[in-house]
Write a protein of this length. Structure first.
Length: 100
């Protein structure tokens, strides 16, 4: 169920390439963190790839998610360069006052 939710969150259409890559990485981390500990990773990754691949032509974020899934299945395994977005404020009260 979380896989479907992750795909729907990533399926937002055309976005700039850097934003799509960040979103794809966050989606991958979200999906990875929700996997049950006892389930086989390769089977889950192939299932996720099969469900997400039809949307990759229209959504760059899903295409990035699919690339990460494919990269994670490559043998021999290699470290993946995943990054969390930088922490930062979104503006708060000051940004709201400036927008008025």
């Amino acid at each position: 169920m979380l896989l479907e939710h992750t795909i729907s969150q990533l399926d937002i259409g055309q976005v700039p390439a850097d934003q799509a890559e960040k979103m794809g990485q966050l989606g991958f981390i979200q999906w990875l963190g929700a996997l049950p500990g006892h389930s086989p990773y390769p089977a889950n990754a192939r299932r996720a790839l099969a469900m997400a691949r039809p949307f990759s032509a229209t959504s760059p974020a899903i295409a990035a998610f699919c690339r990460l899934l494919t990269q994670s299945l490559d043998m021999p395994p290699r470290p993946m360069a995943l990054q969390m977005p930088p922490r930062g404020r979104k503006g708060g009260a000051r940004a709201r006052r400036l927008s008025l």
